[in-house]
Design a protein around this ligand. Structure first.
Ligand code: 0X9
Ligand code: ZN
Length: 300
Protein backbone atom coordinates (compact mmCIF):
# COMPACT_ATOMS: atom_id res chain seq x y z
CA UNK A 1 0.00 0.00 0.00
CA UNK A 2 0.98 3.62 -0.53
CA UNK A 3 0.29 6.72 1.50
CA UNK A 4 1.06 10.41 1.19
CA UNK A 5 1.84 11.29 4.80
CA UNK A 6 5.56 11.07 4.24
CA UNK A 7 8.31 10.82 1.65
CA UNK A 8 9.20 7.30 0.63
CA UNK A 9 12.46 5.43 0.17
CA UNK A 10 13.56 4.30 -3.27
CA UNK A 11 12.82 0.70 -2.25
CA UNK A 12 9.25 1.62 -1.32
CA UNK A 13 8.67 3.44 -4.58
CA UNK A 14 10.05 0.52 -6.60
CA UNK A 15 7.97 -1.92 -4.55
CA UNK A 16 4.90 0.16 -5.35
CA UNK A 17 5.71 -0.02 -9.08
CA UNK A 18 5.96 -3.82 -8.84
CA UNK A 19 2.69 -3.92 -6.91
CA UNK A 20 0.89 -2.06 -9.66
CA UNK A 21 2.34 -4.32 -12.31
CA UNK A 22 1.20 -7.35 -10.33
CA UNK A 23 -2.30 -5.92 -10.02
CA UNK A 24 -2.59 -5.05 -13.73
CA UNK A 25 -0.24 -7.46 -15.53
CA UNK A 26 -2.03 -7.11 -18.84
CA UNK A 27 -1.58 -3.39 -19.24
CA UNK A 28 1.61 -2.80 -17.27
CA UNK A 29 5.20 -3.37 -18.22
CA UNK A 30 8.04 -2.65 -15.84
CA UNK A 31 11.35 -1.79 -17.48
CA UNK A 32 14.80 -1.60 -16.02
CA UNK A 33 16.27 0.84 -18.50
CA UNK A 34 19.75 0.92 -17.02
CA UNK A 35 21.84 1.09 -13.88
CA UNK A 36 23.45 3.94 -12.03
CA UNK A 37 27.12 4.44 -11.14
CA UNK A 38 26.37 2.90 -7.73
CA UNK A 39 24.54 -0.02 -9.32
CA UNK A 40 20.91 0.92 -8.64
CA UNK A 41 18.23 0.09 -11.21
CA UNK A 42 16.59 2.79 -13.28
CA UNK A 43 12.93 1.87 -13.51
CA UNK A 44 10.12 2.92 -15.81
CA UNK A 45 6.55 1.66 -15.68
CA UNK A 46 4.53 1.59 -18.88
CA UNK A 47 0.76 1.58 -18.69
CA UNK A 48 -1.04 0.91 -21.93
CA UNK A 49 -4.04 -0.86 -23.37
CA UNK A 50 -2.64 -0.53 -26.88
CA UNK A 51 1.09 0.16 -27.04
CA UNK A 52 1.29 -0.01 -30.84
CA UNK A 53 -1.26 2.64 -31.59
CA UNK A 54 -1.73 4.92 -28.60
CA UNK A 55 -0.31 8.35 -28.29
CA UNK A 56 2.37 8.42 -25.60
CA UNK A 57 3.12 10.57 -22.60
CA UNK A 58 6.34 10.45 -20.56
CA UNK A 59 6.48 11.61 -16.96
CA UNK A 60 9.60 11.73 -14.81
CA UNK A 61 10.64 12.91 -11.39
CA UNK A 62 13.66 12.99 -9.19
CA UNK A 63 16.21 14.32 -11.66
CA UNK A 64 17.44 16.44 -8.75
CA UNK A 65 18.10 14.52 -5.57
CA UNK A 66 16.89 17.01 -2.96
CA UNK A 67 13.55 17.76 -4.63
CA UNK A 68 11.73 15.03 -2.72
CA UNK A 69 8.29 16.32 -3.60
CA UNK A 70 8.99 15.37 -7.21
CA UNK A 71 9.24 11.56 -6.83
CA UNK A 72 6.36 11.79 -4.36
CA UNK A 73 4.22 13.59 -6.94
CA UNK A 74 5.08 11.24 -9.78
CA UNK A 75 4.33 8.27 -7.53
CA UNK A 76 1.01 9.93 -6.67
CA UNK A 77 0.25 10.34 -10.37
CA UNK A 78 0.84 6.61 -10.78
CA UNK A 79 -1.48 5.93 -7.87
CA UNK A 80 -4.11 8.32 -9.21
CA UNK A 81 -4.06 6.49 -12.55
CA UNK A 82 -4.02 2.91 -11.34
CA UNK A 83 -6.05 3.09 -8.18
CA UNK A 84 -9.09 3.13 -10.38
CA UNK A 85 -7.97 2.44 -13.94
CA UNK A 86 -11.25 0.88 -15.09
CA UNK A 87 -13.16 4.02 -14.24
CA UNK A 88 -10.74 6.50 -15.72
CA UNK A 89 -12.16 8.65 -18.51
CA UNK A 90 -11.53 7.40 -22.05
CA UNK A 91 -8.93 10.04 -22.85
CA UNK A 92 -6.74 8.85 -19.99
CA UNK A 93 -7.13 5.18 -20.91
CA UNK A 94 -6.41 5.90 -24.56
CA UNK A 95 -2.82 6.93 -23.86
CA UNK A 96 0.36 4.99 -23.29
CA UNK A 97 1.93 6.29 -20.08
CA UNK A 98 5.63 6.02 -19.33
CA UNK A 99 6.32 6.84 -15.72
CA UNK A 100 9.73 7.16 -14.09
CA UNK A 101 9.39 8.43 -10.51
CA UNK A 102 13.12 8.56 -9.76
CA UNK A 103 15.55 9.38 -12.56
CA UNK A 104 18.41 9.90 -10.10
CA UNK A 105 18.18 7.09 -7.52
CA UNK A 106 21.80 7.41 -6.30
CA UNK A 107 21.30 11.08 -5.58
CA UNK A 108 17.92 10.49 -3.94
CA UNK A 109 19.35 7.89 -1.61
CA UNK A 110 22.30 10.15 -0.80
CA UNK A 111 19.97 13.04 -0.04
CA UNK A 112 17.87 10.82 2.22
CA UNK A 113 20.79 9.43 4.18
CA UNK A 114 23.82 11.75 4.01
CA UNK A 115 23.29 15.24 2.62
CA UNK A 116 19.69 16.47 2.45
CA UNK A 117 20.53 19.25 -0.02
CA UNK A 118 22.39 17.12 -2.55
CA UNK A 119 21.30 17.93 -6.13
CA UNK A 120 23.36 15.90 -8.62
CA UNK A 121 23.89 12.21 -9.23
CA UNK A 122 26.83 10.47 -7.51
CA UNK A 123 29.23 9.55 -10.27
CA UNK A 124 32.84 10.13 -9.22
CA UNK A 125 34.77 12.81 -11.09
CA UNK A 126 37.66 11.63 -13.21
CA UNK A 127 39.39 14.99 -12.76
CA UNK A 128 38.78 16.06 -9.15
CA UNK A 129 39.29 13.42 -6.53
CA UNK A 130 36.91 14.71 -3.92
CA UNK A 131 34.11 15.89 -6.15
CA UNK A 132 31.12 13.83 -7.11
CA UNK A 133 28.13 14.14 -9.29
CA UNK A 134 26.79 15.61 -12.50
CA UNK A 135 23.68 17.74 -12.77
CA UNK A 136 21.57 15.47 -14.96
CA UNK A 137 19.52 18.46 -16.07
CA UNK A 138 22.66 19.96 -17.60
CA UNK A 139 23.90 16.72 -19.14
CA UNK A 140 21.48 16.18 -22.04
CA UNK A 141 22.70 16.70 -25.57
CA UNK A 142 21.14 20.06 -26.30
CA UNK A 143 23.03 23.32 -25.88
CA UNK A 144 25.27 21.24 -23.64
CA UNK A 145 28.34 23.47 -23.64
CA UNK A 146 26.37 26.69 -23.23
CA UNK A 147 25.22 29.03 -20.52
CA UNK A 148 23.85 28.12 -17.11
CA UNK A 149 26.08 25.15 -16.37
CA UNK A 150 29.63 24.61 -15.18
CA UNK A 151 32.63 22.63 -16.34
CA UNK A 152 33.82 22.40 -12.74
CA UNK A 153 33.13 18.92 -11.32
CA UNK A 154 32.68 20.44 -7.87
CA UNK A 155 29.88 22.76 -9.01
CA UNK A 156 26.24 21.98 -8.27
CA UNK A 157 25.48 22.55 -11.96
CA UNK A 158 28.38 20.50 -13.34
CA UNK A 159 27.37 19.49 -16.86
CA UNK A 160 29.63 16.41 -17.05
CA UNK A 161 32.74 15.82 -19.12
CA UNK A 162 30.69 15.38 -22.29
CA UNK A 163 27.07 15.49 -23.40
CA UNK A 164 25.16 12.44 -22.13
CA UNK A 165 28.19 11.29 -20.16
CA UNK A 166 25.93 9.96 -17.40
CA UNK A 167 24.33 6.54 -17.22
CA UNK A 168 20.98 8.05 -16.22
CA UNK A 169 21.02 10.43 -19.18
CA UNK A 170 22.00 7.64 -21.57
CA UNK A 171 19.33 5.28 -20.25
CA UNK A 172 16.52 7.80 -20.60
CA UNK A 173 17.71 9.17 -23.93
CA UNK A 174 18.12 5.73 -25.49
CA UNK A 175 14.80 4.49 -24.14
CA UNK A 176 12.90 7.51 -25.45
CA UNK A 177 14.70 7.73 -28.78
CA UNK A 178 13.39 4.23 -29.56
CA UNK A 179 9.86 5.27 -28.62
CA UNK A 180 9.59 8.73 -30.11
CA UNK A 181 6.87 7.68 -32.55
CA UNK A 182 3.58 9.11 -31.23
CA UNK A 183 5.34 10.63 -28.21
CA UNK A 184 3.21 13.71 -27.60
CA UNK A 185 4.18 14.90 -24.14
CA UNK A 186 7.24 15.08 -21.92
CA UNK A 187 6.57 16.18 -18.33
CA UNK A 188 9.37 16.52 -15.82
CA UNK A 189 8.71 17.39 -12.19
CA UNK A 190 11.02 19.52 -10.07
CA UNK A 191 10.85 21.83 -7.11
CA UNK A 192 10.55 24.54 -6.10
CA UNK A 193 8.94 27.73 -7.41
CA UNK A 194 5.34 26.89 -8.38
CA UNK A 195 5.76 27.20 -12.13
CA UNK A 196 4.77 25.44 -15.31
CA UNK A 197 7.43 26.31 -17.89
CA UNK A 198 8.10 25.28 -21.47
CA UNK A 199 11.03 25.55 -23.95
CA UNK A 200 13.34 26.97 -24.72
CA UNK A 201 15.73 27.02 -21.81
CA UNK A 202 19.02 26.81 -23.69
CA UNK A 203 18.37 29.79 -25.94
CA UNK A 204 16.28 32.95 -25.79
CA UNK A 205 14.20 32.00 -28.81
CA UNK A 206 10.47 31.44 -29.11
CA UNK A 207 9.55 27.78 -29.49
CA UNK A 208 7.26 26.57 -32.27
CA UNK A 209 3.71 26.16 -30.86
CA UNK A 210 4.51 28.64 -28.09
CA UNK A 211 0.97 30.00 -28.05
CA UNK A 212 -0.51 26.51 -27.66
CA UNK A 213 1.96 25.65 -24.94
CA UNK A 214 1.17 28.88 -23.10
CA UNK A 215 -2.58 28.30 -23.37
CA UNK A 216 -2.38 24.75 -21.99
CA UNK A 217 -0.10 25.90 -19.17
CA UNK A 218 -2.54 28.73 -18.38
CA UNK A 219 -5.38 26.23 -18.21
CA UNK A 220 -3.39 23.99 -15.85
CA UNK A 221 -2.50 26.91 -13.62
CA UNK A 222 -6.13 28.09 -13.45
CA UNK A 223 -7.32 24.63 -12.52
CA UNK A 224 -4.73 24.37 -9.79
CA UNK A 225 -5.93 27.67 -8.34
CA UNK A 226 -9.49 26.32 -8.30
CA UNK A 227 -8.53 22.99 -6.76
CA UNK A 228 -6.09 23.92 -4.03
CA UNK A 229 -5.91 27.72 -4.07
CA UNK A 230 -2.20 27.66 -4.88
CA UNK A 231 -0.78 30.16 -7.36
CA UNK A 232 1.44 28.78 -10.11
CA UNK A 233 3.01 30.77 -12.92
CA UNK A 234 2.86 29.69 -16.59
CA UNK A 235 5.83 30.93 -18.58
CA UNK A 236 8.73 30.37 -20.97
CA UNK A 237 11.69 28.80 -19.22
CA UNK A 238 14.48 31.15 -20.28
CA UNK A 239 12.36 34.16 -19.36
CA UNK A 240 11.74 33.15 -15.75
CA UNK A 241 14.64 30.84 -14.91
CA UNK A 242 17.38 32.15 -17.16
CA UNK A 243 19.22 30.40 -19.95
CA UNK A 244 20.55 26.92 -19.19
CA UNK A 245 21.73 24.26 -21.61
CA UNK A 246 21.61 20.46 -21.32
CA UNK A 247 18.07 20.09 -19.93
CA UNK A 248 15.94 17.01 -20.51
CA UNK A 249 12.95 19.19 -21.43
CA UNK A 250 14.72 20.99 -24.30
CA UNK A 251 16.25 17.71 -25.41
CA UNK A 252 12.86 16.01 -25.73
CA UNK A 253 11.68 18.81 -28.02
CA UNK A 254 14.87 19.23 -30.04
CA UNK A 255 15.91 15.59 -30.41
CA UNK A 256 12.54 13.83 -30.38
CA UNK A 257 10.15 16.51 -31.60
CA UNK A 258 7.81 16.19 -28.61
CA UNK A 259 5.16 18.92 -28.73
CA UNK A 260 3.94 19.28 -25.14
CA UNK A 261 7.10 19.74 -23.12
CA UNK A 262 6.75 21.06 -19.60
CA UNK A 263 8.93 21.38 -16.57
CA UNK A 264 6.78 21.69 -13.48
CA UNK A 265 8.34 23.39 -10.48
CA UNK A 266 6.20 22.22 -7.58
CA UNK A 267 5.79 23.87 -4.16
CA UNK A 268 6.71 26.01 -2.52
CA UNK A 269 8.03 29.50 -3.24
CA UNK A 270 10.90 29.39 -0.80
CA UNK A 271 9.43 29.35 2.70
CA UNK A 272 10.54 25.74 3.12
CA UNK A 273 12.17 25.39 -0.28
CA UNK A 274 13.40 21.84 -0.90
CA UNK A 275 12.51 20.77 2.65
CA UNK A 276 8.76 20.84 2.04
CA UNK A 277 7.03 19.35 5.11
CA UNK A 278 5.20 16.07 4.46
CA UNK A 279 1.82 17.56 5.30
CA UNK A 280 1.95 19.40 1.96
CA UNK A 281 2.62 16.29 -0.14
CA UNK A 282 -0.99 15.42 -0.88
CA UNK A 283 -2.10 18.81 -2.17
CA UNK A 284 1.13 19.47 -4.04
CA UNK A 285 0.90 16.07 -5.72
CA UNK A 286 -2.67 16.88 -6.69
CA UNK A 287 -1.37 20.03 -8.35
CA UNK A 288 1.15 17.93 -10.28
CA UNK A 289 -1.59 15.53 -11.33
CA UNK A 290 -3.71 18.47 -12.48
CA UNK A 291 -0.98 19.53 -14.90
CA UNK A 292 -0.78 16.01 -16.33
CA UNK A 293 -4.55 15.81 -16.70
CA UNK A 294 -4.66 19.15 -18.50
CA UNK A 295 -1.90 18.14 -20.90
CA UNK A 296 -3.69 14.87 -21.68
CA UNK A 297 -6.82 16.77 -22.63
CA UNK A 298 -4.74 18.92 -24.96
CA UNK A 299 -3.20 15.87 -26.64
CA UNK A 300 -6.48 14.14 -27.35
O1 0X9 B 1 17.60 24.42 -13.14
C1 0X9 B 1 16.91 23.42 -13.34
O2 0X9 B 1 17.36 22.38 -13.79
C2 0X9 B 1 15.41 23.48 -12.99
N1 0X9 B 1 15.22 24.21 -11.76
S1 0X9 B 1 15.63 23.49 -10.35
O3 0X9 B 1 15.53 24.48 -9.28
N2 0X9 B 1 14.57 22.35 -10.02
O4 0X9 B 1 16.94 22.92 -10.47
C3 0X9 B 1 14.69 24.15 -14.11
C4 0X9 B 1 14.78 23.42 -15.41
C5 0X9 B 1 14.29 24.23 -16.55
N3 0X9 B 1 14.71 23.67 -17.82
C6 0X9 B 1 15.99 23.77 -18.25
N4 0X9 B 1 16.90 24.49 -17.64
N5 0X9 B 1 16.28 23.10 -19.37
ZN1 ZN C 1 15.21 20.43 -10.20
Amino acid sequence: GMHWNDYHSLDNIYAFMREIRAKYPNICRLYTIGQTAEGRDLKVLRISENPRENKKIWIDGGIHAREWISPATVTFILYQLMNNWENQPAHIRSLTWYIMPVMNPDGYQYSRTVNRLWRKNRSPSTRRQNCFGVDLNRNFDIGWNGFGSSKDPCSDVFRGDSAASELETQAVANFLAKRKYNLEAYLTYHSYGQMVVYPWAYKAVKVKDASVLQRVADTAVNRIAQKTGTTYQAAVTHQVLGIAGGGSDDWSRAALGVKYVYTIELRDRGAYGFILPPKYIKDTALEGWTVAETVVQAII
